[in-house]
Design a binder for this molecule. Structure first.
Ligand code: ARG
Length: 293
């Protein structure tokens, strides 16, 4: 029997070990890694707390809010990596139509007019319109009659249902703003007398900004939907299925609690007005009851 030399055995052992180690590494790091997810480009107008806004976290700016959580969750369910784009509300539908984004989630009301150019998901939230004024001017504005005057300046966000409502129902001067933040600055600077926006957002400002006051609401019975490009049925079906799952699984209720249960407001509830004082007091029994079970 020919004698195999020790260095040869060592060399073979080293080669085999190397193959096994590299093979295992290749298997762990390459083959078992999930394939990169396709990206979903999501457009919003991040000026609408608590639905969508930009907040600073450890020196970085991130999208936050009810819509942002909901859409990120939907992406997770349907296998997309969300990529968020912020733009003025009025630019969203054109961006969707020209293919710059794949979906819109922006507290956007499902309307017959918009239905002609985009496709909407099943509704996911109900809202009306709210009229904000300055806390110091709260006595001047208590009903629609108070703002239905030619001498009054009413701020609206351009391209919104608030703008449509104001144009249709008021003789007042309508002043359009691309961004809600600019509209509220104008209100504080007294360039306008009142600002119209969706009731949940108006309520949010009433509760968090001591200078602002929710004068009254007008019932418009709006429902929010997620929009996709016309004919993008495949994506729409996936979104609708995920939405139904969110409703049925309790995730939706969890989000409502997070963003509307009074726990996740960026600033403490300000108590310089009636709603601000009464709301937390009303919440106390609810919290106590919840803890008991
Ligand atoms: N719901 C209203 C509409 O659809 C206002 C939405 C404004 N959204 C926003 N993110 N600024 O016209």
């Amino acid at each position: 029997m020919a004698k195999v030399k020790t260095p040869v055995i060592v060399a073979i052992a080293v080669i085999i070990t190397a193959i096994v180690v590299f093979g295992a590494a290749y298997y762990i790091f390459v083959l078992t890694k999930p394939p990169a997810k396709p990206q979903l480009r999501i457009g919003t107008s991040a000026d609408y707390p608590p639905f969508e806004f930009i907040k600073e976290v450890d020196g970085r700016y991130v999208f936050a809010g009810f819509d942002v959580d909901l859409m990120n969750w939907i992406c997770e369910r349907i296998g997309y990596e969300p990529v968020w784009y912020d733009m003025p509300f009025e630019s969203l539908i054109p961006a969707l139509q020209s293919g710059k984004i794949d979906v819109i989630i922006a507290a956007m009301t499902i309307t017959a007019e918009r239905e002609k150019v985009v496709d909407f998901s099943i509704p996911y939230y109900n809202a009306d319109q709210g009229i904000l004024t300055l806390y110091e001017r709260r006595a001047e504005f208590t009903s629609v009659e108070d703002i239905n005057k030619t001498t009054i300046k009413v701020g609206v966000q351009t391209g919104t249902t608030g703008e449509a409502w104001a144009t249709e129902h008021l003789v007042a001067e309508i002043v359009g703003y691309a961004r809600v933040y600019d509209m509220l600055q104008a209100l504080k600077a007294k360039h306008i007398d009142v600002a119209i926006l969706d009731s949940p957002v108006a309520r949010y400002y009433n509760a968090t900004d001591p200078d602002l006051w929710l004068a009254f609401t007008v019932e418009t019975g709006e429902r929010y939907g997620i929009a996709v490009a016309e004919g993008n049925t495949e994506l729409l079906n996936k979104i609708n299925n995920a939405l139904r799952e969110a409703f049925e699984s309790g995730y939706y209720d969890q989000l409502i609690e997070k963003w509307f249960g009074g726990t996740e407001l960026p600033d403490p509830l300000v108590t310089n007005n009636a709603v601000g004082i009464i709301f937390p007091i009303l919440m106390v029994p609810l919290i106590v009851v919840k803890r008991k079970k």
